[in-house]
Design a protein around this ligand. Structure first.
Ligand code: FEO
Length: 395
């Protein structure tokens, strides 16, 4: 299956409707994904990126329907991760001498994955490739999101091949942003940013501003996952600039796990306390044992205050909360206030453990937290309400 993208560009990737987990179990893909590969036919023929390894044979067979593989003059690998380079070994069996353009780190990652000494051509920012009516310019995009990442700009048709940046894990045969469901697209875009790109937000901001300062005319942004941006491009660029700049909305997120509903009831009492100060405050509660972790982290990314609760178990905290906290540490969200809560029966370490982890994750802990012994009674529930009230007033 291929799709015409412009006069000279065709999409020749794979839409993976079935995928439900990406990067192992690290990212949930409720809406599937796509691995976008692009074929440019100018005076020279160029292939940008390939697809994930399980689809390698299918990719090469489909590509043969489009073109005699020997006609491919250049391959560009904007990024070496397996979801984009996985079909290279199959492809290179057919056209072994074809030059592969990538960054110097790209050579390292591709050699590291495939142990092949292909005809690599290292490129740096500003290097160009004349392909006929169009010219390709390479822009290194280190740590967006790997050291080897780069973008390719096609001057002439003015298409920006952004690889992982501006992507979404979102399967759709409609291909373009003006054709798909806007709410779905927005949700998948922010989830992708929150769960993949936030650790690199300062670099995202710098790189976008660098590209904006080049004043390149851009008609389309073609990422390596999800749909292509062709309508109102400034919208997604502006959203990226906002997300990369200490992002928060007027939202409070309470994440908890609970053994016998004590910590859950604390979460609800804290919510009630906040509501006594502001009835209209947007507060979302998630049991982390019952809710998708990446969806929770997307909500945390949108929040100004994050409250995390777990009872104490075996001198520690519950598994699902430990997982969320571990992911939070890696994602390095900025501009979030936080505090901990939880019940206990004997030793009662959970609130301190969570508080320490929140600090380690870079969140601004504004209260030493609240813990309640056994199943909270009326007095304890009132204390939780008071805690909610006080913490909200501290914002
Ligand atoms: Fe970093 Fe889509 O691979």
């Amino acid at each position: 299956m291929s799709y015409k993208i412009s006069e000279k560009v065709k999409w020749v990737g794979k839409i993976d409707w079935e995928l439900r987990n990406f990067h192992g179990y690290e990212y949930s893909t409720h809406k599937g994904t796509s691995y976008n590969s692009y074929l440019i036919r100018d005076e020279k023929t160029v292939l940008i990126d390939t697809v994930w390894r399980p689809f390698a044979d299918e990719f090469v067979e489909e590509l043969k329907k489009e073109i005699d593989l020997d006609e491919i003059d250049y391959i560009i690998m904007n990024h070496g991760e397996i979801d984009h380079s996985g079909a290279l070994p199959e492809l290179m069996k057919e056209i072994p001498g074809t030059p592969i353009y990538c960054t110097s780190s790209g050579v390292k990652s591709l050699k590291g994955h495939y142990h092949e000494d292909w005809n690599f051509k290292e490129v740096k920012t500003g290097d160009t490739l004349d392909i006929g009516e169009n010219t390709l310019t390479f822009v290194e995009a280190k740590m967006l999101h790997w050291p080897d990442s780069m973008f390719t700009y096609m001057a002439g048709e003015n298409i920006f091949f952004s690889n992982d940046a501006f992507g979404q894990h979102y399967a759709s045969e409609l291909m373009f942003n003006d054709l798909v469901d806007k709410a779905e697209l927005d949700q998948q875009s922010i989830k992708y940013y929150a769960n993949i790109l936030t650790p690199f937000s300062p670099l995202v901001k710098r790189k976008i501003n660098e590209i904006l300062s080049m004043n390149l005319p851009i008609n389309m942004i073609c990422p390596s996952h999800g749909i292509i941006w062709r309508e109102n491009l400034t919208q997604i660029v502006e959203r990226y600039l906002k997300w990369s700049d200490n992002y928060q909305e007027d939202q409070i997120t309470i994440v908890y796990d609970s053994m016998w509903h004590g910590t859950k009831r604390m979460a609800e009492a804290i919510t009630e306390g906040i509501k006594t100060v502001n009835k209209e405050q947007n507060i979302k509660l998630y049991n982390s044992a019952k809710t998708d972790k990446n969806d929770i982290l997307t909500e945390v990314f949108k929040s100004k205050l994050v409250l995390v609760g777990s009872p104490t178990i075996n001198n520690g905290i519950l598994f699902s909360i430990a997982g969320i906290l571990e992911m939070l540490k890696g994602l390095k969200f900025k501009n979030k206030k936080a505090a901990a809560f939880g019940t206990y029966g004997w030793s009662g370490e959970s609130v301190k453990i969570i508080t320490d982890e929140l600090k380690e994750a870079g969140l601004d802990v504004i209260n030493e937290g609240i813990k309640q012994l056994w199943n909270p009674g009326e007095e304890e529930m009132n204390e939780c309400k008071e805690f909610g009230k006080e913490i909200f007033q501290k914002l």
